[in-house]
Design a protein around this ligand. Structure first.
Ligand code: ADP
Ligand code: MG
Length: 488
């Protein structure tokens, strides 16, 4: 049963905290030299440590620490200087060691926050409780063999960062925006590909409800197994309505772990509080405590890629772009990088933004191409902008006639394309003057009326010149020449 009456739903406040697992992009696994790659043949990427052989010893992959520091800096966290690793014990067929090495009491990052838009479009700060390093388990495959479960250990030991938010999220929109922001950040930082469909970014949603105005949080349920942003929204929506129905019927929400059913858009019980795992955490005896030195942090800081919020600030405050333009340009890193390249070659920042948001995006959408695969180099887009800036072609010719030729001629200069296709504006004084005189001579009475004060007639003569020039007259020059002739 779920509650659907708007007047009842309105009485309640939704509270959400998200736990996000991000699989890290590294060449080897978290604590061993086995290859970290997705999509290889099953069990190709294992080693004695992955297989949990006795006598093997874990060794921390430095890249994992660097990635964690990157994310910590990007999410305004405090960095822990001395860390201990812990064993989180449980029995899974796809976890040969019988435990994951994780960080229990000393997560590498703590007390951070991200700013996202709330349901009304205002800035809202979401606290980040902690980010810690851990490792993934392998994969059990139940649907390939009719009698057996198969185990693929390629993923066992792959490094993860778990990002735990405070229960600060108050609406479905905020949950969506927060998750989208984390995904955008890990992509900007090059630490995770953020692909929820493939499971390289996973999210558990802790959901509770309370009466509006209440100070006490309600009992929460943790919902797992949502493989897209959209499904996280659906799961939270369902879970909220389910909990409200229970309370409205006079019951209490039991703390549970639930799973999302994407087909029906519902959630169902996995386990109750009594069955909660006891992980029997204890200090990992095979690993030294990790000390994070000032030098190590500085090194990461120096190599930090630009963050979307910094680019946004620069675009709006220094380059004079609108919030809208800056928002679209920084939405994805490849788009921002493309824009960054264009403005190395032109100072017409607004025109560069228009080209990316307009012609380029339209082309990419229409042809289902990623901007990374767009054949036209940013430098050529800057050259196209220069053509209009120098009045060699009009805006409409640039966007409607020259731009469409560029993807098939990526190495050609736009000016050469314009010339070859006879699209350059007529900017030759003598030629324009001849056309202007012809236009004026064709309408002697209108020329007279113009001279008597009907300046609006200039448009008529401009139209004539455009016709005579096959629409290639440089409009600014043509109108100057016409005015001069008409005033004679
Ligand atoms: P656990 O170890 O059981 O997962 P944590 O203390 O790590 O517990 O919290 C997990 C998540 O639950 C955090 O993201 C936190 O923000 C969220 N959370 C805690 N209490 C509530 C609540 N009442 N409603 C919604 N989310 C909550
Ligand atoms: Mg949890």
């Amino acid at each position: 049963m779920i509650e659907t009456r708007a007047e009842v739903l309105e009485k309640y406040q939704l509270v959400v905290g998200l736990e996000i697992h991000a699989q890290l992009i590294t060449s080897s696994k978290a604590y061993s030299g086995a290859v970290n790659a997705y999509g290889d043949l099953p069990n190709a990427n294992t080693c004695p440590l992955t297989l949990g052989h006795p006598g093997t010893l874990p060794r921390l992959n430095t890249a994992v620490v660097q990635h964690a520091v990157r994310l910590g800096l990007a999410t305004n966290c405090s960095l822990t200087r001395e860390m201990h690793f812990a064993r989180k014990n449980y029995f899974y067929a796809d976890l040969p060691k019988g435990y994951q090495i994780t960080q229990d009491t000393t997560p590498i990052c703590t007390e951070g926050h991200l700013t996202v838009k709330d349901a009304d479009g205002n800035d809202k700060r979401i606290g980040i409780t902690r980010i810690h390093i851990e490792e993934d388990a392998g994969k059990s495959i139940h649907d390939q063999d009719p009698f057996n479960t198969l185990v693929d250990l390629n993923r066992a030991g792959v490094p993860l960062l778990e990002i735990v938010s405070e229960p600060d999220i108050r609406s479905i929109e905020e949950a969506y925006n927060y998750l989208a922001e984390v995904r955008r950040l890990v992509r900007y930082l090059d630490i995770c590909d953020g692909n929820m469909e493939e499971g390289s970014m996973r999210c558990d949603a802790n959901v509770s409800v309370m009466l509006k105005g209440s100070k006490t949080l309600g009992n929460r349920c943790e919902v797992k197994n949502m493989n897209s942003l959209r499904n996280v929204q659906r799961a939270i929506t369902y879970e909220m309505k389910r909990q409200i129905a229970i309370i409205e019927a006079g019951g209490t929400v039991e703390q549970q772990t639930r799973s999302f059913d994407a087909v029906n858009g519902t959630t169902f019980t996995l386990r109750g509080k009594e069955d909660a795992h006891d992980y029997r955490y204890f200090p990992e005896p095979d690993m030294q405590p990790l000390e994070l030195s000032e030098e190590a942090v500085e090194k990461v800081k120096k190599a930090m890629p630009p963050l979307p919020r910094d680019l946004y600030k620069r675009y709006t405050e220094e380059l004079g772009l609108s919030d809208y333009d800056a928002g679209i340009l920084t939405e994805s890193k490849p788009t921002a990088l493309y824009y960054e390249e264009i403005i190395k070659y032109t100072e017409n920042y607004k025109a560069a933004a228009n080209k990316v948001i307009g012609e380029v995006k339209t082309y990419l959408n229409r042809t289902a191409t990623r901007i990374e695969d767009f054949p036209v180099k940013p430098e050529k887009i800057a050259a196209l902008i220069r053509l209009t800036d120098e009045n060699k072609v009009s805006h409409s010719v640039a966007s409607q006639q020259i731009f469409p030729l560029m993807p098939d001629n990526p190495d050609k200069d736009p000016e050469d394309l314009a010339r070859e296709n006879d699209l350059l504006q007529e900017s030759d004084d003598n030629a324009l003057e001849a056309m202007a005189r012809k236009a004026v001579a064709a309408y002697p009475d209108k020329a007279e009326a113009y001279r008597k004060g009907n300046k609006g007639l200039l448009g008529l003569f401009m139209g004539e010149v455009m016709k005579l020039s096959d629409r290639k007259a440089n409009p600014k020059m043509a109108s100057d020449i016409l005015k001069k002739i008409l005033e004679e």
